[in-house]
Design a protein around this ligand. Structure first.
Ligand code: GAP
Length: 513
């Protein structure tokens, strides 16, 4: 299936099965704002819990926080967001469409990258088992040429953005002959910076109202609480503060469903460390976060690191964990070595000391910070799009199955009476009553069992349990596995353990070791 088609299928499946709806749809929707429906909210909660358990519950030295969305406006002056949280934008004069200039250039590079992938596939076919991908990438003339071109374009883009040389970003777009995807023309305006924060007002009257911002990241709530948490929790460096919560950005390029939203949720952790140890901790968190992703079994080939050429104003090293979305490899999570920039800025703007006293070394210092930051909605899209497959069956038919990692699936088991009579519904409902203390389960009695299986497959439910007439005799039921479609006869009393073995967080998180 072409990637475009796959992405459209993801969006329509998310709607059809009650995962994600366009916000305020009855009023024609609100661009780049989405609502999570009955299944979506469960999947989102399970992803959030999986992150929270791995980051907070499993680490003695990481604690949680839930800071408010509204913060004192000086926060954003100190953090640099008022002055520097902007995107370089360019308009096409014919289509009147606005684009992020850096994204236009990066998309151009992705097209070259697709050519490399094509060459690799061709060579793989030609050489069969003897194929050595690494050797091919470093020796094949055409591929090396493509890679050099990508590297030089990205280097120049990075330098121009670093130097705020927006005229050169425009020159690069013109030299590469990048055309507007809508108009097809190269009739571009100059590149301009545009601040992404949403403003709002606090206060009853227009004269006394205070200008506020909706937070564009959750991280600053952690920084301003750093000393309160450290002191009340008696935390010793190194330690971390984690939080999940909404963030808001007035994104201009917002065409990719829940990939880039104007209201979204972040899961961030700031790890406070001794200055000078940041390289070690950067490597540690790179590795740990990648292990977390891999523990979900979504395929190691679907992830890669992308080290930043252009560093944000606060960072001395940064990398992205990129995921292969239906539209290509894109950022899923950022790992940033933020130095002591934020704490120092807040010290300066608030006039309050935000230093840590090291009992062992008997010295005070401003800690350095290692940040891991992942978008919950983006993780949702990664999980959901990766899970959706059309599978060919042995009898030539196809089935749509949402192979969600069982630990994240919204509903863990669906319980059916074979027929809606003869006392079978009562037994099935009793199983629901017993299992619901431990798992989110569903009851269904409409349609044939085959259809119910298909519906639950498409919904991502790992197990279906059918109660039939034999159940009344021997207390056993048929349990069917979503992925293998294997059916087994098991005792009702064993159901809880069978489901637990597959959906338990411990079973999944232990893969990180
Ligand atoms: N505190 C650092 C920070 O906010 P970021 O790279 O701007 O860094 C971190 O954002 C993560 O938040 C991204 O990797 C992405 O997963 C998510 N994210 C950022 N902007 C987003 C948006 N408009 N919609 C959905 N997710 C977004």
């Amino acid at each position: 299936m072409a990637n475009d088609d796959q992405f459209k299928k993801v969006i329509s499946h998310a709607k059809e099965y009650g995962y994600v709806f366009q916000s305020s749809e009855i009023y024609d929707g609100l661009s780049a704002v989405y609502d999570y429906a009955q299944n979506g909210v469960e999947l989102k909660k399970n992803i959030r819990d999986y992150w929270w358990k791995a980051m907070v519950q499993m680490n003695e030295n990481i604690v949680g926080l839930d800071a408010a969305i509204f913060m004192h406006p000086t926060t954003w002056k100190a953090s640099g967001h008022v002055d520097a949280f902007s995107d370089p934008l360019i308009d096409n004069k014919d289509s009147k469409k606005r684009y992020r200039a850096d994204v236009l250039v990066e998309d151009y590079c992705l097209k070259i990258e697709a050519k490399i992938e094509k060459e690799v596939k061709k060579a793989e076919k030609r050489f069969g088992e003897a194929f050595n991908k690494e050797e091919f990438l470093s020796t094949n003339g055409r591929v090396v040429g493509y890679q050099e071109k990508i590297d030089s374009i990205l280097k120049r883009l990075g330098q121009s953005l670093e130097n705020e040389d927006l005229a050169d970003v425009k020159a690069l777009i013109e030299e590469l002959e990048i055309a507007c995807p809508v108009a097809g023309s190269r009739n571009w305006t100059d590149v301009k910076q545009f601040n992404l924060m949403f403003g709002t007002k606090l206060g009853a009257s227009a004269e006394s109202a205070m200008d506020l911002y909706l937070r564009p990241e959750t991280a600053q709530g952690i920084f301003v609480n750093f000393l309160n948490v450290q002191k009340t929790g008696r935390l010793k460096i190194p330690f971390g503060i984690a939080q999940t919560g909404k963030a808001f950005r007035n994104e201009i390029v917002a065409r990719q469903f829940i990939f880039r939203m104007r209201e979204f949720e972040q899961m961030e952790m700031q790890f406070f460390i001794k200055p000078g140890t940041q390289k070690k901790w950067f490597e540690h968190w790179k590795e740990t976060r990648m292990k977390w992703h891999l523990s979900l079994g979504m395929g190691a080939d679907n992830y890669r690191f992308h080290d930043h050429e252009k560093l944000a104003h606060y960072a001395d090293a940064a990398t992205d964990i990129e995921f292969k979305f239906p539209f290509g490899f894109k950022e899923l999570e950022g790992i940033h070595s933020r130095t002591d920039f934020d704490l120092k800025q807040h010290e300066e703007f608030s006039g309050k000391k935000l230093q840590y006293f090291d009992q062992e070394d008997k010295e005070s210092y401003t800690p350095y910070v290692l940040e891991t930051s992942i978008g919950l909605d983006r993780m949702f899209l990664a999980v959901f799009s990766n899970a959706l497959v059309e599978e060919e069956l042995e009898d030539g038919k196809t089935r749509t199955v949402l192979r969600l990692p069982a630990v994240l699936a919204p509903v863990k088991a669906a319980i059916f009476p074979l027929l809606a009579k003869d006392g079978l519904p009562e037994v099935a409902k009793q199983i629901v009553e017993d299992l619901k203390w431990d798992f989110n389960v569903a009851y269904e009695e409409k349609d044939t069992v085959g259809r119910r299986y298909r519906r639950q497959d498409a919904n991502g439910t790992p197990f279906c349990i059918t109660v039939d007439h034999d159940t009344l005799e021997d207390n056993s039921v048929t349990i069917r596995h979503r992925d293998t479609m294997e059916q087994k006869r098991v005792k009702i009393e064993d159901l809880k353990d069978i489901i637990k073995a597959e959906v338990d967080v411990k079973h999944w998180l232990q893969r990180m070791k």
